[in-house]
Design a protein around this ligand. Structure first.
Ligand code: 1CP
Length: 319
């Protein structure tokens, strides 16, 4: 959940020297940033420093991160013809730098390393919008107007995603988290057709070829919890809009539940952070399959000391 990032002075110092994409594409630097939360916060697992959008490289799509603005993707998809022309190269060819960063990290880490990628609907939405969006008008227009082309696009992304997950598995990650950050913007029918169906394909395929656990995170998708549980990933991760103890009632014991403290809480004074985090820990204290996490990423202007106080509290908590 963006453990590393601009809220860390050490990360900001590295960013003075290199752009975000340079950090991602240079294995030694990506490894260095991955280590920051381990060394400075002492968290129980590392997540490889990268971004869900690097998979666009496999499709030959140029993109960049604009300071203060977010991602910008060249030639966004707007026609079925553009989908037909899309072809992905092998992850081995295009994303070898991620595998190299993973390999550099394994001997340095005493905690498990998590790999990750974006889920097909979320990646498709960036390809169509050309960047961040609040309303996803272009994506929704495209999927309703050209459902066949949307399915073709999602199929191509699904295949590339599985290939990329395998690359990370072979490089040695201990688990893989799949981020469907924007599935929650879809209506009931559209969610089932354009997000869930492809998550299902990935989870089924992973049951066959995956050797490491798959953690599925779907943001603002608590309403669809039942459907997500039925996919049977190793773990499900939710944002702060849901109650994990309620979701546990419909989730078999062998599926871990991860989440879901509101990252906005980290702006509050430390005693309040401690009180709210303790509440979540107590809510889930009888649950051996609970993994404490935030509901999503840490904002750049959150004080580092607040994050550190939260990690210390969780690590010292005894029910
Ligand atoms: O912290 C870590 O070391 C993990 C690395 C990580 C992860 C897991 C980053 C680094 N990004 C992500 C996932 C990611 N990226 C998601 C899924 C999680 C979520 O829902 O928050 C998404 C949607 C993105 C796309 C993205 N990356 C955006 C756009 C968000 C939007 O509103 O559309 C932006 C701005 C980024 C940049 C980014 N990615 C990561 C960092 C540290 C940063 C900031 C880069 C910087 O300016 O230095």
């Amino acid at each position: 959940m963006r453990q590393a990032g601009r809220y860390m002075p050490e990360y900001r110092a590295l960013r003075q020297k290199a752009s975000f994409l340079e950090l991602c594409r240079t294995p030694e630097l990506a490894a260095e940033v991955t280590m920051l939360p381990i060394d400075l916060l002492d968290v129980d697992a590392a997540i490889i420093f990268s971004d869900i959008l690097v998979i666009l490289e496999l499709f030959g799509k140029e993109f960049d991160f604009i300071e203060g603005h977010g991602p910008k993707i060249e030639n966004p998809i707007s026609t079925p013809e553009a989908v037909k022309l899309l072809e992905a190269r092998d992850a081995k060819g295009g994303l070898q730098y991620v595998a190299q960063a993973i390999r550099l990290l394994l001997p340095r880490l005493k905690v498990p390393l998590i790999g990750f990628c974006g889920a097909p609907f979320t990646i498709a939405s960036y390809m169509i919008e050309g960047g961040s969006s609040r309303e996803f008008h272009k994506t929704k227009n495209f999927l309703y107007t050209h459902p066949d082309a949307m399915h073709q696009l999602l199929t191509k992304i699904t295949d590339a995603t599985i290939d990329y997950m395998l690359l990370q598995q072979e490089a040695g990650v201990a688990a893989i988290q799949l981020f469907d950050s924007w599935a929650g913007v879809l209506g009931f029918q559209a969610f089932h057709s354009f997000s869930l169906r492809y998550l299902d394909r990935i989870v089924r395929q992973w049951h066959r070829i995956g050797k490491v656990p798959l953690i599925l995170f779907a943001r603002k998708a608590g309403l669809f919890a039942q459907d997500l549980v039925q996919l049977r990933p190793s773990a499900l991760s939710f944002d702060e809009q849901t109650s994990l103890s309620q979701i546990r009632m419909i989730t078999p014991e062998n599926i871990a539940l991860q989440g879901n403290l509101d990252p906005e809480l980290l702006y509050a004074p430390i005693p309040i952070i401690q009180k709210e985090a303790t509440r979540l820990l107590q809510e889930m204290s009888d649950d051996p399959g609970f993994i404490f996490n935030l509901g999503h990423g840490i904002k750049p202007d959150i004080p580092f000391s607040h994050v550190k106080a939260l990690v210390d509290l969780v690590k010292n908590y005894r029910s």
